[in-house]
Design a protein around this ligand. Structure first.
Ligand code: AMP
Ligand code: GLY
Length: 410
């Protein structure tokens, strides 16, 4: 099977390694890819916002499957453009990707499917906004309806700030504050069936002890020894299966990766958000733990054929730590030389790197993601941190507390 994977981040690096490890994958192309991916797959230049360019690359390469990593092309309808030329795609249609592209749309589907989530109001005028803020009270949760590259959500006790954020959004979802630990739980769907993956936890704030600004994610780990034992079954029954059934009933089946961001509240699980693609950096801990051959799995999802598939997992723990450029997320300083140690017992995923002459240079906010695997979280953590300490990159930082509490049994 020839595969084209679209994207260039740490998530795509992890997916590319997973796809290549499946012997069913005979040829792997990645566009635009990154220097880490270029070490083992053929990379092609591509503007991921150009649907026609994605379809024409898939056609000229004669691939059997296209896997679309990031949300922007999915929300733009890239999957529809590729399906229109008869090539199977792992990734939802434009209509189904609205689960990530519009928070108001996601709320409507959850309501119709009976999926537990925060009570909310969708507002377009100042008077609606004021009424919604006052009806919930502090802490205020204010969400830009559309894709906002991680900058759309404000959670604050400051009513002025909440109002200010709400007023700059064209359409805004204001909702009840959910109290409880957050987890990420993904399902792989063929449009009718959905296979729940193992849960992971992401660390969204920039600095230790969950301080600092929200980021795309500074690290992750899996499994979650502290989570309720039935969390996977519970999420399947209450969230993943009803969402897939509702999307199918609407005539817009969801084919691809449904990312459920959940709060574990004292009243049970509540959906915080959906994404229409693999999470980054959760993918960098889930793919190394997944035993089920990835290329075959994603091909079967893309061709409505998951009836007989079960997911198998390695009995190992994984911890990933992001090495970020100083100033991330607001204004990352890029352009520094990266020196990566060799012969480490970890996997180093490239996220924001580029090659200049023969040097590897930082080119993004999140530069590398380093995953350690171990018999428990402590061993996995020790490996990830001992590697990250040896990577040389000026003007960089990382969190030192990824998976720390969980590894200590907290
Ligand atoms: P998002 O950009 O949708 O991932 O949201 C960013 C973060 O805002 C989430 O990871 C949560 O920590 C927080 N958040 C979103 N919705 C709520 C809510 N209803 N209650 C509490 N925290 C929330
Ligand atoms: N890790 C959060 C995300 O992928 O959106």
């Amino acid at each position: 099977m020839k595969i084209l994977l679209v994207g260039s981040g740490g998530r795509e690096h992890a997916l590319a390694l997973g796809l290549q490890a499946d012997s069913a994958c005979t040829e792997l192309h990645v566009a635009p890819g990154n220097p880490g991916i270029a070490e083992f797959a053929e990379v092609h230049s591509l503007a991921v916002t150009d649907n026609a360019a994605i379809a024409s690359l898939a056609q000229s390469l004669g691939v059997d499957l296209v896997v679309i990593g990031p949300e922007v092309p999915l929300v733009n309808g890239a999957a529809d453009a590729v399906r229109a030329i008869g090539i199977p795609v792992f990734g939802p249609s434009k209509a189904a990707a609205q689960l990530e592209g519009s928070k108001d749309f996601a709320k409507g589907v959850m309501r119709d499917a009976g999926v537990p989530t925060a009570h909310s109001f969708t507002c377009t005028t100042e008077s609606e906004i004021v009424a919604a803020l006052d009806s919930f009270g502090a802490p205020y949760v204010v969400k830009d309806d559309g894709l906002a590259a991680g900058k759309g959500v404000v959670v604050t006790d400051d009513r002025e700030l909440a109002l200010k954020h709400a007023l700059v959004c064209d359409r805004v979802v204001i909702e009840e504050f959910l109290d409880g630990p957050e987890i990420s739980l993904f399902g792989i769907s063929d449009g009718r069936n959905i296979l729940a993956m193992q849960p992971a936890q992401d660390f969204k704030r920039a600095y230790d002890n969950d301080e600092g600004p929200n980021t795309g994610g500074m690290g992750a780990y899996s499994p979650l020894p502290w989570a309720p034992e039935n969390i996977v079954e519970d999420t399947y029954e209450k969230v993943l299966a009803p969402m897939v059934a509702e999307m199918a009933a609407r005539g817009t089946p969801f084919v691809g990766l449904l990312y459920a961001g959940l709060a574990l509240t004292k009243n049970g699980i509540r959906v915080i958000e959906f994404n229409a693609r693999f999470g980054d950096p959760e993918t960098q801990v889930l793919i190394p733990r997944l035993q089920t051959p990835l290329a075959t799995l994603l091909y079967n999802a893309a061709t409505d054929n998951l009836d007989d598939t079960v997911l198998n997992w390695r009995d190992e723990s994984a911890v990933t730590v992001v090495l970020a450029s100083e100033g991330y997320p607001e204004s990352p300083k890029v352009g520094a030389t990266i020196d990566i140690p060799t012969c480490m017992d970890t996997t180093i995923y490239h996220a924001g790197t580029t090659r200049s002459d023969n040097n590897l240079i930082s080119s993004g906010g999140r530069v590398l993601t380093i995953t350690g695997l171990g018999s428990d979280l402590k061993e996995a953590r020790d490996k990830a941190y001992s590697t990250i300490a040896k990577v040389l990159l000026d003007n960089s930082f990382f969190r030192s507390d990824i998976a720390l509490a969980a590894s200590e049994g907290k």
